[in-house]
Design a protein around this ligand. Sequence first.
Ligand SMILES: C[S@@+](CC[C@H](N)C(=O)[O-])C[C@H]1O[C@@H](n2cnc3c(N)ncnc32)[C@H](O)[C@@H]1O
Length: 411
Amino acid sequence: MVLTLNQVDFQDLQTKVRINPETYLKFEDGELVTLQNRFSDKTIEIKYDIMLILYPMVNWITVGELCEGWPPEDQQKIKEHLDMLYQSRIVVTSEAELPQKTPSNLPENLGNAVRINVENHHVMLRDSIRMSCFQRAIQNAVTSESIVMDLGAGSGILSFFAARAGAQKIYAVEKRPDMVMVAKKLAKANGFEEQITFIENSSHLLQANEIESKPTVLVSEILGNAIFEENILEFTIDARDRFLAEGGKLIPGALEIMVVPFDSGEVVDKRLEIGELEKIYGFNFDILKTVLTQKPTLKLEDFNPKRYTMMGDPVCVTHLDFYKITSPLFQQSFEFTPMKDGFVDGFCVYFRAIMDEETVLTNSPWAPPTHWTQMVFYFPTKHPVKANEKVAMEMVYDGGITLWFKEDWSV
Ligand SMILES: C[S@@+](CC[C@H](N)C(=O)[O-])C[C@H]1O[C@@H](n2cnc3c(N)ncnc32)[C@H](O)[C@@H]1O
């Protein structure tokens, strides 16, 4: 009979052994009892009225060997207890089926639509603001004890920062084989090949046993021009939940989505076009006027605030705390306060990535430029606004971002 105990309460060794949901009891005939499924959400304490001597560093312990030399009644009690568990057949599985760790529930092809080639990496490497923000945050977070996961390693630059900061081990996870090849060569040329383990795969397809030691720092620079198109939320939550050690650090630790309303000054009004159709066909198209004009057009561009009339201060729509969020999807109401009477037909959307307490990386159009452009939403109609009268809006991320005026949808 073989007993495995992953977590033992050595404080109270005399009376109890703590069995967590990942604890398995293996029997001589090869059968394995795991408490995983039955009691997945809590730690169970199984009381023993005898003393168990366990070697802290040993995973598999042969109870028979341990029991040797013990009073026969103690041996008997252990066996009875295990038998009792076995009889109740909480869950019986084979060793091959040992649950590794919850597999990712993200779709297999997630992220495949976006391709970042070596020229894009060159552009990113030349973005000194991006580089210095990540470098500083990595230096602040990494110690000689750190195990780092660089999610979306690309050229490997952030892994190199972590290596230079003295990290014990770095898992550089990159799905593109060409970039892994480049990054491996760069690592070798810079003497980091011992510290960095390259894994050529998408993070959500990694198995738990590919990451031997739990990362204590998770760096994810998969921020796109449309903020979320590289699925930073999905991949970060997935890697955090499946790999990050308890109390581990995330870089960035949060993402704020900022919005600023403006008047483009252009006269584009689909309502007028639909009015023309009404005249031609003699139908009432009022609802069409509303429905067809609610959806803004998204352009990724270098937004120049001087070209337009800003109609309000930037608003933080949502603060996505990477330590806490459980779902990548969100629907968030927000308001802006027009600073004058006039019209609003556009919104510039940008991010503030909170790297740590000291550092914020942003692609705000008012901040020094980075390689990121901004997301600019142009509405096909002008919304009249009045100074200081709040305007209610909604933003949704459901795989892509969109926003709308609440008033439009209440019609
Ligand atoms: C924006 S680049 C950043 C590269 C590098 N970390 C840097 O800061 O220069 C993102 C990289 O992550 C890779 N990538 C995106 N999602 C990934 C995922 N889930 N798993 C592994 N690689 C991913 C892309 O192929 C790309 O090379």
